[in-house]
Design a binder for this molecule. Structure first.
Ligand SMILES: Cc1ncc(COP(=O)(O)O)c(C=O)c1O
Length: 404
């Protein structure tokens, strides 16, 4: 049995007041809160064994190297990947850019096409727009406004599809995409698949070996880890074949005045002094999630999401974006009101200590397709509760009264 009260106690910030009110943090899709263990691990590194990795023979450097690589091991374990296929980047955005620069540009030509959906985060849209401009390939869109439909994907997929890059869970609509259906479709073809796991890896079990995907990208800060560090997983044969992303120290094995040879995986993609403290802390976050159990986290969030969606259905003037009930949805709910601007909703709720997000959620074209430039969004994590959702709806009633 999960003890939710104990989990909440692990997060110092959840005890704090905002505008004199108890904090209700519903902005987890933007970034999650951090447990004390993660915060302490950063302080411990800088206080007790701060040193550069991989190049020292002294005790502190060896300790830092071990802890840094242990962070990688823990992340590999979380997604069931070989450790040398885990590359540290700055975030999901950089992971996607790495694939674009090191793989896509060299493997895609004007005869090819790339498929993404109409609900991608800008990082998984603008990146491929740029690849399309550079290579001349076509960028095709799968419309998932009303949910993912494999037959619609089949209609736009063909032998020239080099890449399908798709969110695992939409940061606006909350839909979970059935990746297995896509990997089945592309099995035996040359098409590669990138799964943007920014919203899935922190919240549900993700097993790259089971899913048989080519790449997975995610950010530590959305999974209880620190900002400034992210992960790229890639299949070994692809990573071995790819060109480095950045050049310099650590990513080489041998250098002459004329040329250089690249280091082995994963270091080939990790030029320069890495983000040591945050890699260590990301490992602590991965352990923290594993200890609670990803299945438990996911089930809790599904319950919160269903509860909130049901509550929303009794409101006339609030519209939840996306199909509420016939698709698997995680704990991300975006909504608009007939008359009240999302920023007014967000500002009013802030006075009640409730943190939500308002704006285009880095999915401008999708938000505009609803004839609006902004939406409000609530998003949950394991430390959120039904009681908090009740408080949110009470506050929402006040919003309607205040602005009517
Ligand atoms: C689905 C999705 N993809 C990518 C990103 C980009 O993540 P980051 O800003 O950490 O690079 C986000 C962030 O909100 C996201 O929700």
């Amino acid at each position: 049995m999960i003890n939710f009260d104990n989990i909440r106690k692990d997060f110092p910030i959840l005890d704090s007041k905002v505008n004199g009110q108890n904090l209700i943090y519903f902005d987890n899709a933007a970034t999650s809160q951090k447990p004390k263990k993660v915060i302490d691990s950063i302080s411990d590194y800088y206080t007790n064994y701060n040193s550069n990795v991989h190049r020292g023979v002294h005790t502190l450097s060896m300790k830092a190297t071990d802890a840094y690589e242990e962070g990688r091991n823990k992340v590999a374990k979380l997604i069931n990947a070989p450790t040398d296929c885990i590359i540290w980047t700055r975030n999901t955005t950089e992971s996607l850019n790495l694939i674009a620069t090191s793989w896509a540009i060299n493997n895609i030509s004007e005869d090819n096409n790339i498929i993404i959906t109409n609900a991608e985060h800008h990082s998984n849209l603008v990146t491929w727009q740029q690849v399309s401009k550079k290579t001349g390939c076509e960028l095709r869109f799968l419309d998932i406004t009303d949910g993912f439909n494999i037959n619609e994907l089949k209609n736009i997929f063909d032998v020239n599809t080099s890449l399908i890059s798709i969110t695992h869970m939409s940061n606006v609509l909350g839909y979970v995409i059935p990746i297995e259906q896509i990997t089945e479709l592309i099995s035996g073809t040359n098409t590669k698949i990138i799964v943007d796991g920014a919203q899935s890896v922190p919240h549900m079990p993700v097993d790259v070996s089971d899913l048989d995907i080519d790449f997975l990208t995610f950010s530590a800060h959305k999974m209880m880890g620190p900002t400034g560090i992210g992960v790229l997983y890639g299949k070994k044969e692809l990573l071995l074949d790819m060109q480095p992303f950045l050049f310099g120290g650590d990513m080489i094995i041998e250098v002459s005045y004329d040329d250089a040879k690249w280091n082995q995986l994963p270091y080939k993609f990790e030029a320069g002094t890495p983000n040591i403290a945050d890699a260590i802390a990301t490992g602590v976050a991965a352990d923290y999630l594993s200890n609670i159990g990803m299945e438990n986290i996911w089930n809790h969030e599904l319950e919160l999401s269903k509860y909130a969606l049901n509550k929303f259905s009794s409101y006339d003037k609030f519209t939840v974006l996306g199909d509420n009930f016939s698709h698997l949805r995680g704990g991300v709910i975006s909504f608009i009101h007939d008359k009240i601007h999302p920023h007014d909703i967000g500002t009013f709720l802030d006075q009640k200590g409730i943190a939500i997000r308002t704006g285009h959620h880095c999915a401008m074209p999708l938000i505009r397709s609803y004839d609006t430039s902004a939406a409000a969004r609530i998003s949950f994590y394991i430390y959120n509760s039904i009681e908090e959702i009740d408080s949110f709806f009470e506050a929402l009633n006040e919003v309607e009264e205040y602005f009517s």
